[in-house]
Unconditional design. Structure first.
Length: 79
């Protein structure tokens, strides 16, 4: 693990300290709170990037996917 310095405005720090004091983090300290917040944020950004990438793939191939879906529905209707 690496130690870094982070500047946080007073208002946000007070809010964070209230949550830490309430026991909303395990273990209950600022470092754990910030690590978890950063991990959650990075994970969310990665998920959004992956969804955007997949959306673009679907967009690029939508005509072929549509043809395949129609063919599959027709095939299932015959059964």
């Amino acid at each position: 693990m690496k130690t870094i310095a982070v500047t946080i405005d007073e208002s946000t720090l007070r809010r964070m300290d209230r949550l830490v004091a309430r026991g909303d983090t395990q273990p209950g300290n600022r470092s754990a709170f910030i690590r978890r917040a950063v991990l959650d944020y990075v994970t969310r950004l990665e998920r959004v990037a992956e969804e955007d990438r997949e959306r673009e793939i679907f967009r690029q191939h939508r005509k072929r996917l549509e043809r395949q879906a129609v063919a599959l529905i027709k095939e299932q209707a015959r059964l």
